[in-house]
Design a protein around this ligand. Structure first.
Ligand SMILES: [Zn+2]
Length: 259
């Protein structure tokens, strides 16, 4: 009976997290952003201070909280979080806004279903984007992107205007993420738990594909329907919440903070 009891406990944790998310105060939402930053840094997604993560303000879909410029993912605080509107303008918060804020504002504009956006330069995702190859559904992390991983190919430059941000949002379409050729990736989620876990899965999926290609090429794989069933299993909101909570505890332990 042990597995059933364990599953029940995990379900209770997920339900608690889900309830919290939908009744979050401003401070609770900001704390989620801080947690997300620590997880992403702990996962090696920082690229110095260049990555960023945002969450829509609870109850106000026209504004979002975002990590500040000049700080690492693990240096987000209640005081330095930036509040921006859908025009990409800073309206509050102690920090300086990232020049690539338009990736976030234009995706939030185009995708009402999205409540969190991440932009990073993860090593393996950038490497795969440089090959021009599509992501192959040859691993469990890759199965999370069974519904497609499009490319943005307009420029390698920073996304510093509304028009450029709109280009990224257009390339993203209805997908969970978009590879930005020779630059990085933009990943989205209905929750920050989803966007963070997908960001980590994406880089892992790219790493596995590059390793398989380097080891002699990709062999026989499973059919799309089979992978589609796995996609349904691993993209449940409960899975995102449980894994986010684990990674939050792990990141805090690594920083010497209470789990
Ligand atoms: Zn960038």
């Amino acid at each position: 009976m042990q597995p059933r009891r364990a599953a029940g406990a995990a379900g209770a944790v997920a339900k608690k997290i889900y309830k919290e998310r939908h009744t979050m105060t401003a401070d609770e939402c900001k704390q989620k952003l801080i947690d997300a930053g620590r997880i992403l840094e702990n996962a090696g997604q920082g690229d110095l201070t260049r990555g960023h993560v945002s969450i829509r303000v609870p109850g106000d879909p026209t504004h979002f909280y975002m990590k500040p410029h000049s700080h690492g993912f693990d240096e987000i605080t209640m005081e330095n979080i930036v509040v921006c509107n859908l025009e990409g303008e800073k309206v509050a918060g102690g920090g300086r806004k990232h020049s690539e804020v338009y990736i976030h504002s234009e995706i939030f504009k185009a995708r009402p279903d999205v409540n969190s956006v991440i932009h990073t330069h993860p090593t393996y995702a950038v490497a795969l984007s440089a090959t021009g190859q599509s992501l192959k559904l040859i691993s469990q992390p890759a199965a999370a992107f069974h519904d497609g991983l499009p490319y943005f190919t307009e420029t390698i430059e920073l996304i510093r205007s509304q028009a450029m941000g709109a280009g990224v949002a257009k390339a993203l379409g209805k997908s969970k993420a978009v590879l930005m050729r020779n630059h990085g990736a933009a990943i989205v989620g209905a929750s920050v738990e989803e966007s963070v876990i997908l960001a980590i899965l994406l880089d892992n999926a790219c790493q596995i594909q590059l390793a398989a290609m380097a080891a002699g090429g990709i062999g026989e794989s499973f059919d799309v329907d089979n992978v589609g069933k796995l996609h349904g299993t691993i993209t449940q909101s409960e899975q995102y919440s449980i894994n986010f909570e684990y990674l939050r505890r792990r990141a805090n332990r690594a920083m010497g903070l209470p789990a």
